[in-house]
Design a protein around this ligand. Structure first.
Ligand code: FES
Length: 355
């Protein structure tokens, strides 16, 4: 099982009025564990006022850039984000697990592909990592980014994006969309809704070949953009999405199958070791049930988004309440999110070592 390690804050800077960027130095002995694919995130564990919190933040660095950077938008009342913006300083440490997440790109120097990104607000963070890495690593590939914000002043990483545009003028196309600011050209005003996606696509994406799309933002934006891209002819498998925040419960139920047993015996395989415990039918999920027995299983968001709790059902059957983190092929192959899973069969064997 991946372990948390203390990462040292090397820089912490205000990015916009309501966001900060934090540069984290990985201890030398763990550097290898923190290699990542562009688009992936870091799960954090932190105790604030005696309360243990888990949060997940996407890495915004290019694949070879160190220290690792994350961008944190301050949410009013958001315990971690407010703490990060007001209390953390250079030299402090944050406990982070090695990177994970299914929203990612496999780079190939030989690629000559077109990529499209749609980001809303802080959804830019994983996409910034993907853009930097594609432009640096795939000299034949191009990227078109559509980035929605309320105003220019609340737009995270705007300077980084302009710097990339200066460096790769032929291969990066940037189009900002602002919802609360008058724009000279109507195409740059509004939200990333279905009509805007169609308008932007018609205007900027003519002649793109075999494009793959990366979409990151709140749940409703993700659904609107992905549905519209599919309607425009994209293969659903080439549209990759990462939600931030946890969608409201019940929005995306995965079909429940069968009737759960009153009790089930759960066995987990992790790092080659087996551990077993009994779970009640009315327990919320496998991660919490394991914790009641003193068994710590990996998790971060507990909302079905980050996939930190991903594991493989080797025997038995579970049902998931929600899934925003697994791709269709993973479900087919038997992977589940333990934080959303309850047993259906009387015994279940979960394998955390299978990737
Ligand atoms: S802990 Fe994030 S999906 Fe389960």
């Amino acid at each position: 099982m991946k372990q948390f390690h203390p990462l040292t804050i090397e820089r912490i800077e205000r990015e916009t009025r309501d966001s900060v960027r934090i540069a984290l130095r990985v201890p030398e002995e763990f550097e290898g564990e923190y290699e990542f694919l562009p688009g992936q995130h870091l799960p954090f564990a932190i105790t604030i006022d005696g309360k243990k919190l888990r949060r997940t933040y996407s890495i915004c660095s290019g694949v070879d850039e160190r220290p690792l950077e994350i961008g944190v938008r301050v949410q009013p009342g958001g315990a971690f984000s407010e703490y990060a913006a007001s209390t953390l300083s250079v030299g402090d440490t944050l406990d982070a697990m090695p990177p994970g997440g299914r929203f990612r790109i496999d780079l190939d120097k030989a690629n000559a592909r077109d990529y499209i990104g749609f980001a809303a607000g802080s959804g830019i963070t994983p996409i910034l990592s993907i853009i930097k890495s594609v432009l640096d690593y795939e000299p034949g590939s191009r990227f078109v980014l559509f980035y929605g914000n309320r105003k220019q002043t609340t737009t995270m990483f705007i300077e980084d994006l302009y710097a990339l545009k200066n460096r790769y003028p032929e291969r990066l196309q940037l189009q900002f969309v602002f919802s609360q600011e008058d724009q000279e050209f109507p195409i740059a005003a509004g939200r990333l809704d279905a009509d805007k996606v169609r308008e932007l696509y018609a205007h900027f994406c003519k002649g793109l070949d075999s494009a793959a799309a990366f979409v990151c933002g709140p749940d409703t934006m993700i659904r609107t953009v992905t549905d519209t891209l599919v309607e425009l002819g994209f293969d659903p498998d080439s549209v990759h999405a990462e939600r931030f925040g946890v969608p409201r419960k019940g929005e995306a139920k995965v079909a429940a199958a069968g009737k759960a047993a009153d009790h089930a015996s759960i066995t987990v395989i992790m790092d080659g070791h087996k551990k077993a415990f009994e779970m009640r039918r009315d327990d919320e999920n496998i991660v919490d049930a394991a914790a009641e027995h003193g068994i710590e299983l990996p998790y971060s968001c507990k909302g079905g988004v980050c996939a930190t709790c991903r594991c493989h059902v080797r025997e038995g059957e579970v049902t998931m309440a929600a899934n925003y983190g697994l791709e269709p092929w993973e479900i087919k192959a038997g992977f589940v999110l333990a934080c959303q899973s309850r047993p259906v069969s009387e015994s279940v064997l979960l394998d955390y070592d299978k990737t």
